[in-house]
Design a protein around this ligand. Sequence first.
Ligand code: UTP
Ligand code: MG
Length: 381
Amino acid sequence: GKYLDGAITRGLKSHREHDSTIKRRESLIRHLQKIFSTRFKGCDLQAFGSSQTGLNLRNGDVDLCLIIDSKDSRKLLKRMRGILNDQGMEDIITIPRARIPIVKFRDPRSGFEVDIAINNSLAVHNTKLLKSYSECDPRIKELILTVKYWALQRAICDAYEGTFSSYAWTLMAIAHMQIIEPNLAPNLQLSEQREEVKIGKIVYDITVSNQITPGDSKCTTGELLAGFFDRFARGWDWQNDVISIANGGSISRKEKGWKFANPGAIEVMEAADEGEELPMGYHHLSIEDPFDKEHDLCRVVRPEGELTIRDELLRAARMVAEGKPFAKICEVVRPERFKNEQPEDLFHDLRTLKEHEIQSKLDNITSEIDTLTTRMDALEN
Ligand code: UTP
Ligand code: MG
């Protein structure tokens, strides 16, 4: 896997966020905080996810969590929709019946996709855990970002489409490192002193140790990536093992009590071909949440998604074994998915234009400014 190192470094560099993007996101978050705090008394809008862990690629969404005392999430989401609509947000979708009620939208000015989850405070805590892992060693951050990038390019990183979330891929990457290089990625949830929070009626152990210093390890990110593909393509017993970073990488299904339930993905798809609708069995590609131990992240995975994930892992493992270049391994599937991607910088939309087109754009904007200046003068007078 060493041969991948150079390409990984270059790839991550070119996908790193621009400073202007970070600023834009921060100002969007501040704006939303102001809007919501004036509309809902005593609420708190907190950021979590990749914008806070530093584990973000250029096209990550903005994950926010509204902490609010409200019983009726349907009503709440409806009000939020109204507020966001007044703010000019686009493509607003509310999902009131999910495990965590959520509203999704796009801010047309900054181009960001935003998710606001209701009272998902556990996510704020697991974000801290991921941040601690990413700060342990640069290779941990690099592997996670590379795995996320690959999964995104290959269209297997979207919980709403029935594949794994970015979060699930992140946990898989950490689990792999814990197993193969425990010196590099020690279990950060082992600590004498435990910390607990009560959310709703449930008490969660949210201990994150900051005192652990990683030991010696010589492996490179390319080797870690090659090992990652190989482990989950060929060396993982999905029928008997559960991915668990709380337990040093894996835990047996027996100990966990999660049975691989039928029908499997293939049976569900075969039945669908016959016009029959079967609900998919639980716990196929099991990943235990590090704090919410009852939550299996593969719950969202649909039959096609499961088969695609397994195919893609095999494909990547085979390509690495054949020494194929990183760019080929990460070749983009369905590029039209990225049409809404945020501009890289201020000049993004200008580079493909001819000079006279730019000139006419400039003329338009200049005349708009003139009108505005006249209007401002009038108002001031
Ligand atoms: P994402 O899947 O968006 O991960 O979940 P991300 O790291 O932000 O990825 P990109 O950059 O947007 O693609 C965001 C956060 O949501 C919480 C975790 O805190 C995660 O960091 N989360 C997500 C859960 O707690 N449980 C889940 O099942 C999914
Ligand atoms: Mg995110």
